[in-house]
Every structure is written in structure tokens, then in C-alpha cells.
Design a protein around this ligand. Sequence first.
Ligand SMILES: N[C@@H](CCC(=O)N[C@@H](CS)C(=O)NCC(=O)O)C(=O)O
Length: 267
Amino acid sequence: MIRPLLYEHPLSPYAQKNKIALREKGVAFDVVTPDGMGSGIGGGAWLAANPRAEVPTLVDGDTAVFDSTIIQEYIEERWPAPPLLPEGAAARARVRMIEEVIDTQYEACVWGMMEVRVFGRGGGAKGEIGAALLARAEAQIAALNAWLERQLGDADWFNGEAFGWGDAAVVPFVQGAVGYGILPAAGNALAAWLARAGERPSVAATAAEARAAAAAVARIVPAAIASGAFQREYRDHRLEWMLRSGGMQVVVDGLADRTIRFSAELG
Ligand SMILES: N[C@@H](CCC(=O)N[C@@H](CS)C(=O)NCC(=O)O)C(=O)O
């Protein structure tokens, strides 16, 4: 059997969600980080598979699927065992709503922190705008962590009785915030869940890849920014986050110096 191929970047929480699902199901897969990712000029087989030029993109034989949520649906239907969705329409709607909040609102905050800390937006962490953006992101993530804790309630897993869809949808993003020093309060239910989830081989392997990539990215990013190689994609919820969190000038400056772009126009 030809192994499915996942175009990804180890730091992409969306791709991590899909890798956790594939690993939970014991599906052997290959990974490629596309050349040109983050520059807006990626091409080749990746662009043929995903005209949006985003990761994750899954290629399984003749089938190409983009968008992590749609990929997750594909994985669940293509490799049904073990099931990752909980039983019942209400429980499935609940984990899908959690995923939607995480993919849009939570991710935007962690991404915003990266824009300031790694890409130096708003003058970086010490700049007036940068520091204000970081403070907003920290407050928003704390509120979202409290919301997540309420979703968890007394359960061990967001999915219910067993690790599944709901947990894979949350763990990469909460770990991303932890990477920027924003932890669930020690001893609370979310912190206990995070520790439990981190012990699963699927999550541990995926997180180890992200840590290795973070170290590599930190080494190459300053030179890459200086060379103009990055043109960051400010798409939907990310753009909204930047505008409403006080980063209007960041967007204006980034468009002027071409370090910011919008999503690809299809056609
Ligand atoms: N809604 C998409 C979002 C995917 C996304 O935003 N991917 C980012 C990386 S985390 C990307 O590929 N950006 C393209 C770029 O930066 O060039 C999904 O769930 O897969």
C-alpha cells in the first residue's frame, strides 16, 4: 500500500492535529515540509494538491485533501478504527464546536504571540505595540483556558471517556501557548488533562517534532526575515485578531514592506 503523504510544518498546530489522529489510528505516513512555505511562492506538487498553498495537506493515492478539519474527517472515514469521534450526535457536535473555537480564536492568539516574539511585529516584545499585543494575547488565552476547563468539566478527556477527536483538536494549541510561557494554572483540571494527554505516544511524538523544529526555526528566522524570504499570510481570524488587538499599524507596515500577504486567490 502507498503510504499517505502529509504536507506539513512540525510547528503548525493544524498539522499536529492530523498527525496525532494518524498516529492514534496506527496509519504509517510520510511527511514533507514544502519548499517556499511561508513565502507565498510555494509551488510544485504541493500547490497542485492545495491551491491555497497551506499546510496541512494530505495526499492519499489520487485523493488530495486540504484544511485540517476536513482532513480529520477524511482520516476518520478512511481509517475508521479506532474511532476518534465520540458516540452520538450531541457529543460529536460538542467536540466539533470545541475544535472550531480552538482553530479560530485560540490559534489566533498563539499566532499573534509568534508574530511579535519571532517575527518582531510591533517592535517585538519590547516595542510599545508589540508589548500591548502580547498582553492582549495573554489575557485572551487565559480566558480561553478557563472556557476549556468548563468544557472539560469532570471528564478525563474532551472527547469524554477516552482520548479522541476533542483532545487532538485542543492539545497542539494549548501546548503552543505553553511554548510562550502561558500555562494552565498549576493543579487545575486543564493542567492535569495536558499532562495526561502529553503521555500519549501520538502526542509525545508530535510535540517532540515541534520542539525540534522550534529550535531550528529560531536559528534561521532572523536571516530569513532580513533576506525578505517571509511574507506571512494574514488570513481571516488571524487578520481579525491583529486588527482588534491593537495591531492595525502592524498590518499597514507589513503590507507596505511586503512582509504580509493575504490568502491566495483561486482561479
Ligand atoms: N484552516 C486551515 C488553516 C491552515 C493554516 O493556516 N496553515 C498555515 C500554517 S499553520 C499555512 O500553511 N500558512 C501558509 C503560509 O504561511 O505560507 C486548516 O485548518 O488547515
